[in-house]
Design a protein around this ligand. Structure first.
Ligand SMILES: [Zn+2]
Length: 120
């Protein structure tokens, strides 16, 4: 996944590496390590590498585990904390979100409905 390609000229040790990584649209691409980031996930064994695709420019991420994570840390990557999706931090002034029980209840009411609209 990661390989050295030239000696680092700065204090950022990642500058001396490139990542061989797979974009879901373009396939295998090579990306300079200094434009990639390593992020923690909700699991202890998986991390994600966020990268801009060197072919299409789209920002994407892939899951990395085990030795790949160790190699990235050895190459100077630091693990950024995981962030919660912004939607989860928004206030919900109206009501709680639908649950699976709400969906089941809706289907039961729909099946029991005889086609008349009593409220009208
Ligand atoms: Zn791409």
């Amino acid at each position: 996944m990661i390989s050295p390609w030239h000696p680092s000229q700065t204090n950022d040790r990642r500058n001396g590496y490139e990542l061989w990584i797979t974009c879901s649209d373009c396939g295998d691409v090579v990306v300079p390590a200094e434009v990639c980031e390593l992020h923690a996930t909700m699991t202890a064994t998986e991390h994600r590498v966020a990268f801009p695709c060197s072919s299409c420019g789209r920002r994407e991420s892939i899951v990395v585990t085990g030795q790949d994570v160790a190699d990235l840390l050895d190459a100077g990557f630091v693990i950024h904390g995981s962030s919660v999706a912004a939607e989860l931090l928004e206030a919900r002034p109206c009501a709680e979100p639908f649950s699976w029980d709400d969906l089941l209840s809706f289907h039961e009411k729909l099946q029991a409905w005889d086609g008349r609209v009593d409220a009208m």
